[in-house]
Write a protein that binds this ligand. Structure first.
Ligand code: SF4
Length: 461
């Protein structure tokens, strides 16, 4: 067994991906619509930008591995009432937002945003522009499913101002695709990718998944050969989390068809080696980008940030999120919308908002979030500067994390000298484990409010 494999084995444990801190299970029902309205109104800072997120929950078919909040439906007539809700929700939020503030980032996720027909793509974007002012150089991204995607969809997205696309590719092996009920021939993906390039989308990401049934090193190497030939700007690699007790449809995947732990590790190593050899930079946490990508540049400049949309170059933004299950964020609060579509729709049409739960950060939460964010984005942390920023003695404050950090330093994941923590190249593969050292809730095994069980996170390797 190689040193790397034994380390991956040693550090494979359930842990958050830290798109927020505290993590979503700690949001509670004491923070809902009234508190959210107050917070939006009270937090209007002209210096902060706006990031808008829209959740489109519909999908044509169900991918058996899916972990998203989605509804598989052939009833397209469900779209119009949902768009009505998004407009109503936007009215409520926009009425409280300072009109001089600009939208610097906009993202449509799902579900499948490209489930919307081209006219509905235009309808939604027109509605957004009527309520918010989008900066001319805003980063505007949309997740796209190559199946059922037409050139007209992409034209509608480009005409609406989108400049980024993210394709769900996952794996090109037909046997794997059949086993997860997501059949998308390579030629189909090549065609939609060609349209996207031709239409001038400036950045294209491809999602791949490790841990799907029947995956093996030989066939996944072929997938990598093909996607590297296409030369997308970024890759996001996700580890499949098989949690059929939470996601019932995952029972449609036979556990016996899943690759074993050793194969998953081989696949991860293969991806890392092949993408690195092709010149992609490992941003951290299974995200890779070309050296010229603004995410890589932002990481070097220490302006990279992490939020519900993953890594982002837009640090000082409040996120206003719309649609079922979506999560909004200001400097010191998080709120999540109701996840059940019908409940969300009824409440929004009645009240204008439908917050299920939220959270106001304590000062300790803010300090720890900053620490986790800096480690995961900058890959280094100067204790002296951090102490000055927060008026604390950094390593005294995090004294309980030091034994674990020192153990990780001994394993070569980081260095901790002169009060400066630096993540090593090897440590980029273990960012979640390093961040977990600073997580108060995890360390103290604190149950979320009202929870009878502890939150379950995916495995870090
Ligand atoms: S397209 Fe995406 S959201 Fe829809 S079922 Fe498949 S994985 Fe889930």
């Amino acid at each position: 067994m190689s040193d790397l494999t034994s380390l991956l084995q040693k550090y494979s444990k359930a842990g958050p991906r830290y798109t927020s801190y505290p993590t979503a299970p700690y949001f509670h029902e004491g923070f809902r619509e009234a508190e959210w309205r107050e917070e939006i109104a009270a937090s209007q800072d002209p210096a902060r930008g706006i990031s808008l997120y829209f959740h489109i929950p519909f999908c044509d078919t169900l991918c058996y591995y899916c972990g998203c909040n989605m509804v598989a439906t052939g009833h397209y007539e469900r779209v119009a009432p949902y768009l009505d809700c998004l407009e109503r929700e936007m009215d409520s939020v926009a009425a409280l937002v300072d009109k001089t503030r600009r939208v610097r980032q906009l993202h449509w996720g799902g579900g499948t945003p490209t489930y919307l027909k081209p006219d509905d793509i235009r309808r939604l974007m027109t509605a957004i522009r009527q309520r918010f002012t989008i900066a001319p150089d805003a980063e505007m991204g949309c997740e796209a499913d190559p199946r059922e995607l037409t050139r007209e969809h992409l034209v509608a997205l480009r005409e609406s101002g989108f400049n980024r696309l993210s394709f769900g590719v996952q794996d090109l092996d037909p046997k794997v695709q059949a086993a997860v009920n997501r059949v998308q021939p390579t030629a189909m993906i090549a065609e939609v990718y060609g349209w996207a390039r031709e239409l001038g989308f400036s950045s294209i990401n491809m999602d791949l998944i490790v841990g799907l049934p029947y995956q093996n090193v030989a066939s996944f190497a072929q997938t990598l050969d093909t996607v590297l030939d296409w030369s997308p700007d970024r890759f996001a690699i996700f580890g499949y989390a098989h949690v059929p007790w939470m996601k019932k449809h995952q029972k449609l995947i036979a556990e016996s068809d899943l690759p074993d732990f050793a194969t998953r590790l081989e696949l991860q190593n293969l991806i890392h080696d092949r993408l690195s050899a092709a010149g992609y930079v490992n941003i951290g946490l299974d995200h890779y980008a070309k050296p010229s990508d603004e995410m890589v540049i932002a990481q070097r400049a220490k302006t990279l940030y992490r939020n519900f949309q993953g890594y982002t170059t837009h640090k000082d933004c409040d996120i206003y999120a719309f649609g079922s299950s979506s999560i909004s964020q200001t400097k010191t609060t998080y709120v999540q919308n109701e996840k059940t579509l019908r409940v969300y729709e009824e409440a929004v049409m009645q009240n204008g908002l439908c917050v299920e739960r939220g959270l106001r950060l304590t000062r300790d939460d803010e300090i720890r979030r900053d620490m986790i964010t800096r480690v995961m984005c900058d890959l280094e942390l100067d204790g002296a500067a951090f102490s000055a920023d927060w008026g604390i003695d950094c390593w005294d404050y995090f004294a309980d994390a030091l034994p674990d950090l020192q153990a990780q330093a001994a394993d070569g994941l980081l260095t901790l000298t002169g009060g400066v923590l630096r993540v090593t190249d090897l440590g980029r593969r273990f960012l979640r484990n390093i961040a977990m050292c600073f997580d108060h809730y995890l360390r103290q095994d604190i149950a979320p409010p009202g929870a009878v069980i502890r939150p379950r996170y995916s495995k870090t390797a």
